[in-house]
Design a protein around this ligand. Structure first.
Ligand SMILES: Cc1cc2nc3c(=O)[nH]c(=O)nc-3n(C[C@H](O)[C@H](O)[C@H](O)COP(=O)(O)O)c2cc1C
Length: 188
């Protein structure tokens, strides 16, 4: 049983969340923690994809979309990710700082729709809260926020318990033979 967590990040929150998911998944089976790779999408050899039982793709959200390396990754590998005879279970997570719960729901639905164009059999997607600092913003936006203080909230909004809970759901499905067979029990 091996798992790939492939990510795209601008300021490393997505990487930290991926590492946390990997650690949590590693608790599901004594051997599993040696077989979970956390890699930048650009470092994933396409030929390695079919060797994984489950693939989790994660990306930071900019302008309500995944970063372009993550979008390219799922598009370029869509045939493997959606392979008909030995489908690999694919999950996805996004990391953003939506202003309200309503924005979060809309943003998550929009991103999920885009992912499903390339990965129709996506097993699950979640939007986690991340981190944002003034220095992360491009300078015109920074200037705007300096002129209108209080219009943006900066800080660390990561909800680690939510990350753990989601990793547990994925871990249970993977261990129950959820490797693309709809979650049915693994064959003897
Ligand atoms: C230029 C820029 C644009 C962003 N646009 C969005 C957005 O549209 N929606 C959102 O929820 N978060 C947005 N964010 C917040 C990031 O998604 C958040 O900071 C996340 O934690 C970044 O993850 P990373 O540290 O892995 O890059 C934006 C951040 C930056 C710097």
């Amino acid at each position: 049983m091996s798992i790939l967590i492939a990510i795209a990040t601008a300021h490393n929150t997505t990487r930290d969340i991926a590492q946390r998911i990997a650690t949590r998944l590693g608790t599901f089976h004594p051997t599993l923690n040696k077989k979970i790779d956390v890699l930048d999408v650009a470092s994933v050899p396409p030929s390695s994809l079919p060797t994984y039982d489950a693939i989790i793709v994660g990306s930071a959200v900019h302008m309500q979309r995944w970063l372009s390396p993550a979008r390219s990754f799922i598009h370029q590998n869509r045939q493997v990710l959606a392979a008909a005879n030995k489908p690999t279970a694919v999950w996805a997570f996004s990391v953003g700082v939506p202003e309200t719960a309503e924005h979060a729901a809309k943003e998550a639905a929009k991103i999920e729709g885009e992912i499903k164009r390339d990965v129709p059999g996506l097993r699950g997607h979640v939007l986690f809260k991340g981190r944002i600092e003034r220095e992360h913003l491009p300078w015109p936006v920074r200037v705007y926020f300096r002129w209108f203080p209080g219009t943006a909230e900066f800080g660390d909004f990561v909800e680690w318990e939510r990350v753990d809970e989601w990793a547990d759901v994925v871990g249970r499905e993977v261990m129950n033979g959820g490797g693309g067979d709809g979650g049915k029990p693994a064959e003897e």
